[in-house]
Ligand binder design. Structure first.
Ligand code: SF4
Ligand code: SF4
Length: 119
């Protein structure tokens, strides 16, 4: 959607809310899903976020982190991955059996590799 964000239906799209999938970086998502296929099963119910130990003490939200990974929004993801305490509580509540702790570890690993041009 280049130029004006006003479309033929008469409403406008707030640019800060736009997700440009054509230019988003999918490398981190692909790195994670190839090593932890259970990540594909997440349906964003938020159970992990409700149970999260770190989320009770810091602005950390695992469901939001999963969404950032899917959208390829790497910059905000950098801060998110450092907040997880790797306690594993989220693993116990996930109804889809997503290995959430491994997803966090892989996300951190992928970002480190990305920064070193190894991805
Ligand atoms: S509890 Fe599992 S399915 Fe629900 S948002 Fe978290 S990872 Fe996704
Ligand atoms: S492993 Fe990380 S994301 Fe999961 S409950 Fe613990 S602090 Fe939260």
């Amino acid at each position: 959607m280049s130029g004006s964000t006003r479309n033929k239906f008469g409403f406008t799209v707030n640019r800060s809310r736009l997700i440009d999938y054509d230019s988003s970086d999918r490398l981190v998502r692909e790195y994670i899903t190839s090593r932890e296929p259970s990540f594909r099963l997440c349906f964003a119910c938020g159970g992990c976020t409700a149970a999260c130990t770190a989320g009770h003490h810091a602005p950390f939200n695992l469901r939001r982190m999963n969404t950032l990974i899917r959208r390829g929004e790497i910059d905000p993801l950098r801060d998110e991955v450092t907040r997880c305490m790797l306690c594993g509580k989220c693993l116990l509540v996930c109804p889809r059996g997503v290995n959430t702790r491994n997803v966090v570890l892989l996300a951190a690993e992928a970002i480190r590799k990305l920064d070193r041009n190894e991805l």
